[in-house]
Design a protein around this ligand. Structure first.
Ligand code: 4NP
Length: 155
């Protein structure tokens, strides 16, 4: 089992989008028994709140549902992930501060898996859920390719 955690500031816009998009890709690839997917926030600001309507509406166009998902803050049990995937540089700084030297998985920004070292814009501020969605798809698709290779090598 490979465990992947998507992380952003509020866990209502970008990381739940990545969680839902990646889950659809994983199910479509028939790998849902081998890849566990979750998401969390570096802050507690939105703890318990549902996914932002902008993310929900953008994903509804792709027939992806975020029903029942809600924000939660990073916690110690999240250290057992193989991939802790932040959305931007600020997320990565906060994740590293949270980890505080403890043993955990690989910490990277989602778009690093595409070879680009840039963050994904926060639609909470930009209002542009399309650009964020396109970046999330790019990153998730590259991450899935990497994990597929890893799973093949373990077989
Ligand atoms: P996210 O966006 O990190 O992509 O979920 C944000 C959501 C909420 C806030 C900031 C960013 N906020 O300030 O509450």
């Amino acid at each position: 089992m490979v465990k992947v955690l998507f992380v952003c500031l509020g866990n209502i816009c970008r990381s739940p989008m990545a969680e839902a998009v990646f889950r659809k890709m994983v199910v479509d690839a028939g790998l849902e028994k081998q890849i566990f997917i979750d998401s969390a926030a570096t802050s507690s600001w939105e703890h318990g709140n549902p996914v932002h309507h902008g993310t929900r509406e953008r994903l509804a166009k792709e027939n992806i549902s975020v029903k029942g998902m809600h924000s939660r803050t990073l916690e110690d049990k999240d250290l057992n992930n193989d991939y802790i995937v932040g959305m931007d540089e600020s997320n990565i700084k906060n994740i590293i501060r949270f980890i505080n030297g403890r043993k955990t998985g690989e910490v990277k920004m989602l778009l690093e898996y595409t070879g680009e070292k840039r963050g994904i814009a926060d639609p909470w501020y930009t209002g542009d859920f399309d650009t964020t969605y396109n970046d999330v798809v790019k990153g998730c698709s590259a991450l899935l390719k990497l994990i597929e290779k890893e799973l093949e090598n373990n077989n």
